[in-house]
Design a protein around this ligand. Sequence first.
Ligand SMILES: [Zn+2]
Length: 176
Amino acid sequence: MENQRKRRLESEGFMKPDNSPALSFPARDEHFMRQALEEARKAAEADEVPVGAVITVGDRIIARGHNLTETLNDVTAHAEMMSITAAADALGGKYLPQCTLYVTVEPCPMCAGALGWSQIGRIVYGASDPKRGFSRFCSDGLSPLHPKTIVTPGVLAEEAGQLMSSFFKRKRRKSR
Ligand SMILES: [Zn+2]
């Protein structure tokens, strides 16, 4: 299964056989963000707030996660938390400096704190979250993230935002 997927990615030019990055940064970021959007759709299908994430090392996805707060009855079960745990498990170590997290919506302060503890190398997110996003709580250069973490906002932001707004629209219609 894993090999099959790798071969497909190779044939589409996403991966060189030697596993080195084959795509330029913007194209790679969009490719992996689409995978995170897939996860977000899984959340929406389970009636969960549609946020999805994947964690990569180079061109390889080592962890996937989506929001499971309703399913697990756990406010900490955000997509990022699920994928941090899965990534550490896949790598056999709790620090993730070689990893990139792709998440469809800007992380909240809780997840930003956990990502800080994980020392993740890079965070790429889609839609901004002006109410709950961590950047609202950062000022004067203060941030819960690790000082070496590189942040890239706004990748496929529109798609991620649309998933969220149509989910909440549907919710409001149901509750009426
Ligand atoms: Zn969160």
